[in-house]
Ligand binder design. Structure first.
Ligand SMILES: Cc1cc2nc3c(=O)[nH]c(=O)nc-3n(C[C@H](O)[C@H](O)[C@H](O)COP(=O)(O)OP(=O)(O)OC[C@H]3O[C@@H](n4cnc5c(N)ncnc54)[C@H](O)[C@@H]3O)c2cc1C
Length: 404
């Protein structure tokens, strides 16, 4: 028989829905995960980078395909900036399908239930509960819960249904899986320039077994009528880099959205958004797994108490989230402002000058000592303060940061 009343119903069994389900079920709450697909981890739309903090949260080291020591970053005219240290892993490349399955498996072990082929079609919020109409295997089921969590990704149904705002930016990510690319397996490569990744960067990530993930992300505004696929062709045929891509053979390709910029109202009465649904991906890298994990982990204790007391009005949820999430949003906004200043709003000529400065030994030393992909604001501020060539940007940055 179907249980009709749940503490929490989570829409979306991606990594963030799975992690939320684990943390809630571990605290004794009854949790139902709804997943519209009939399997976990598909469709695959990810470069598969998981940072050490997020990996520690779930201990899914068996899903790691490759450890990454650093990045070889190329300026538009070829200036190389190597960031990282040999045999000192900074991040991991995972098999995303196995990673997502592992995260969801942990939630089931903690006591959560999952319905595949299931999605909400209607919802209404009362004083004491949320009423949901679910389409499960083409059968309509009514149920109730105390709290509805929207972990349903970039195009979140929950966010749209409850009119909770839009992420500030929606990037387009495009990725091709290949064999035959020759590189050092412990380093990822990044390429920049208006033809191949306008305003952002392209990546080549080793993913074990002689395979690589070649991707690009940008915005419609920066692409200005071009497609990300055209950018990909410009990358692999670029006079400076074509030789490296000469022997690649494509095995798969996919395209997906990357929402960066927390929505205006991540909570409403008895409804909360986490992960891509809330616009949590990083404006500097597009990574969304780490921020989504952090977003739930930082409030889970208070949220669990609120569920036990059934105190889940918008005001009560705001009390739990607003200070902590506001801090995350501020960091996200600052990172975006620094990204725009140093990369996204630069011409290729300006970028080349930045790369010349980045590649100076003393600046490289600073990047390698302060540089942490998790803390781009700290690095950006250090560059502006300590590198004479960037000082004239400091005033501009100061003004931008004042208004973020
Ligand atoms: C090309 C590309 C590369 C990326 N690379 C990285 C990277 O290297 N590292 C990183 O951290 N992030 C990366 N990201 C971002 C990352 O994929 C997301 O941030 C992450 O998947 C967010 O997890 P989520 O659980 O919030 O959403 P999702 O992973 O999108 O999961 C949402 C789940 O909800 C389900 N769902 C959606 N709607 C409904 C509904 N109405 N009913 C039921 N179920 C529903 C979906 O089927 C899915 O299973 C990349 C993204 C792209 C596009």
């Amino acid at each position: 028989m179907t249980q009709q009343l749940w503490d929490v119903v989570i829409v979306g069994a991606g990594p963030i829905g799975g992690r939320c389900a684990t943390l809630l079920a571990e605290r004794g709450h009854s949790v139902l995960l709804l997943e519209e697909h009939n399997e976990i981890g598909r469709p695959f739309q990810c470069a598969g980078l998981v940072n050490p903090r997020a990996m520690r949260s779930v201990s899914l080291e068996d899903t790691i395909l490759q450890e990454i020591d650093g990045a070889l970053i190329h300026g538009p005219s070829g200036t190389l900036v190597p960031v990282g240290e040999k045999n000192n892993p900074r991040t991991y490349v995972v098999c995303r399908k196995r990673f997502d399955q592992g995260v969801v498996q942990q939630s089931l072990q903690a006591g959560a239930e999952i319905w595949l082929n299931s999605m909400p079609v209607d919802a209404s919020v009362d004083v004491d509960e949320v009423k949901l109409t679910i389409n499960k295997d083409n059968e309509i089921i009514e149920l109730k819960c105390k709290l509805l969590l929207g972990c349903d990704g970039a195009h979140s149904w929950t966010r749209r249904y409850f009119k909770m705002g839009k992420p500030k930016e929606l990037m387009i990510g495009f990725q091709v899986e290949v064999v035959g690319y020759q590189s050092d397996d412990r380093w990822l490569e990044m390429y920049s320039g208006s033809k191949i990744a306008p305003g952002f960067f392209a990546w080549v990530i080793p993913s074990g077994f002689d395979t690589h993930r070649i991707g690009i992300w940008s915005t419609a505004e920066h692409l200005n009528g071009r497609s990300v696929e055209q950018c990909y062709h410009d990358l692999i045929n670029h006079p400076l880099w074509a030789e490296r891509f000469r022997d690649i053979q494509e095995t798969a390709r996919y395209c997906g959205p990357i929402p960066c910029g927390m929505v205006k109202n991540p909570v409403k009465n008895r409804v909360m958004l986490i992960g891509d649904a809330a616009g949590m991906s990083k404006p500097t890298t597009g990574g969304g797994i780490g921020p989504g994990f952090k977003q739930i982990e930082m409030i889970i204790g208070e949220l669990s108490t609120a569920i036990n007391n059934n105190q889940l009005s918008q005001k009560q949820l705001q009390k739990i989230t607003s200070k902590k999430w506001h801090e995350m949003k501020r960091t996200q906004d600052k990172a975006r402002a620094l990204r725009d200043l140093l990369v996204s709003n630069c011409t290729d000529e300006e970028l080349d000058i930045h790369f010349e400065n980045f590649s100076k030994p003393e600046v490289l030393q600073l990047i390698n000592s302060v540089g942490d992909i998790e803390k781009p604001v700290t690095l950006g501020m250090a560059l502006l303060k300590k590198v004479p060539a960037f000082r004239k940007l400091a005033l501009k940055a100061g003004v931008k940061l004042l208004f973020t």
